[in-house]
Design a protein around this ligand. Structure first.
Ligand code: TRP
Ligand code: SF4
Length: 438
């Protein structure tokens, strides 16, 4: 199995995906201490992560951290795209600085849009919607990939430690793949890692909230971040904890620096073996490794390195389309667009595929199946804030107390409120967006 970020497949079995790709379970201990955890976190819509512990710790200890995510503006923005922005807005409210890439190079490379078309969709559709949904200009930067020199430079420079075999294995590229497409994941790595350059806030934990289709890019970025470090802190096969210098220049100077940092961290039983480019720490435990690694990372830029902290990521499930297939801009009946009129959205909801039984009688007797119902998904992902109310809908559906007709009507009403609110706010948004653009 391979995750293809450019295919239009849907994913059903999220726990299998998690196991197969080594994505970690997004357990309650990771979000429950965050201030007023967002519904997508509480409800298991975000089902997996890589390295979220770092973000958790930064929030709890009030240390700086960043958000970087990106969207390909191609066509109209729908409820599926809204999820990432909802997450971003929540993280902004708890103190992250926000960076959003307009993935115009990627849209050009993989979807056949021109840079001008993408710009049009970004300025007239996507970014006004971000603002209408509640994104604030404070601590927020939105930029276009094609116009960001530092991002493009990093893409080139960081490509040095990535080879063709790795790109083939990760993305299934072959001899017919075009070079712009092949290069797009490196641009995305440039997006993800550039926020750790000094100019953009320096080395700090960075969270990339995305759909699970983006995991190959996350793996690539994490590998590349690690590959460009000057130090590697690890436990050896014979159970020793050591700091290893990864380059062949100025080894003594780098070992001196490591020694100084370790002493500051109160490790004193150090043994240097210059031939192995190693500094063994005899009084460290395995649990100390992340702390040591972070402390060393923060010294690397002064020594000519990048000191990247491996980016963290969360993965959300995809909302099902109203017709039961994937929600997609190319199938207007499957999607509710943020620019739909209430009349349009109501019509789509009334025609939606529910988990109801074939006859009313049967549904009263055996109940409905909220877990297989796209209307219930609308409540879960977008329409209902209160967990208790959601639980009631779930129970009433299962117990046969709620029928699909009335349930859809309620969903349509709530959706109308949401869309009217966004529409209202979008009116002034276009003026405001100048403040956001880098
Ligand atoms: N590849 C993403 C998509 O298909 C868009 C994207 C570009 C992105 N750069 C990014 C996502 C950086 C997360 C982080 O929608
Ligand atoms: Fe879905 Fe509501 Fe019907 Fe239950 S009653 S199956 S939640 S539409």
């Amino acid at each position: 199995m391979k995750i293809d970020p450019w295919s239009s497949s849907t994913y059903q079995d999220y726990s299998r995906l998690r196991d197969e790709f080594g994505i970690e379970d997004f357990t309650e201990d990771l979000w429950k201490e965050l201030p007023q955890p967002h519904k997508l976190l509480r409800r298991g819509v975000i089902f997996g992560h890589r390295g979220f512990q770092l973000i958790h710790d930064s929030v709890v200890k009030n240390k700086p951290w960043a958000i970087l995510t990106g969207l390909m503006p191609s066509g109209k923005m729908h409820l599926g795209h809204k999820m990432v922005i909802d997450e971003v807005i929540y993280y902004q409210s708890i103190g992250a600085d926000i960076n959003i890439a307009v993935a115009d190079i990627e849209a050009f490379a993989t979807r056949g849009y021109s840079l001008e078309e993408t710009e049009y969709y970004a300025l007239n559709e996507y970014i006004p919607n971000y603002v209408a949904l509640g994104l604030k200009p404070e601590k927020c930067r939105i930029y276009f990939q094609s116009k960001h020199q530092d991002v493009k430079d990093l893409a080139y420079i960081l490509g040095k430690k990535t080879n063709w075999s790795q790109m083939q294995a990760t993305y299934g590229f072959n001899g017919t793949s075009n070079m712009t497409h092949i290069f797009a994941p490196l641009v995305q790595t440039g997006d993800i890692l550039h926020v750790q350059l000094d100019k953009y806030g320096g080395n700090r934990p960075t969270l990339v909230p995305v759909g699970v289709d983006q995991d190959p890019h996350i793996r690539l970025s994490r590998d590349i971040a690690q590959a460009h470090r000057l130090y590697n802190v690890t436990i050896t096969k014979d159970d020793k904890i050591g700091v290893f210098v990864k380059i062949d220049k100025e080894i003594s100077k780098l070992l001196d620096n490591a020694e100084k940092i370790l002493k500051q961290l109160n490790f004193n039983k150090l043994k240097r073996i210059t031939d192995y480019k190693a500094l063994y720490i005899q009084d460290a435990e395995e649990e100390d490794i992340p702390k040591i690694d972070e402390a060393l990372a923060l010294t690397e830029t002064k020594l000519g390195g990048y000191g990247f902290i491996q980016p963290s990521a969360t993965f959300h499930r995809f909302i099902t389309g109203l017709t039961g297939e994937k929600m997609s801009s190319s199938k207007p009946d499957s999607a509710i667009f943020l620019t739909d009129s209430p009349k349009e959205s109501t019509k789509k909801i009334m025609n939606a595929k529910t988990g109801g039984a074939v006859t009313l009688e049967e549904q009263k007797k055996h109940g409905g199946k909220p877990d297989e119902c796209v209307v219930y998904e609308l409540f879960l992902y977008h329409l209902i804030e209160d967990d208790k109310e959601l639980q009631e809908i779930y129970n009433d559906c299962k117990n046969g107390k709620k029928m699909c007709g009335q349930c859809k009507k309620y969903a349509a009403q709530q959706m109308e409120k949401l869309l009217l609110d966004i529409q209202e706010k979008r009116k002034t948004a276009k003026e405001k967006i100048k403040k956001y653009l880098d």
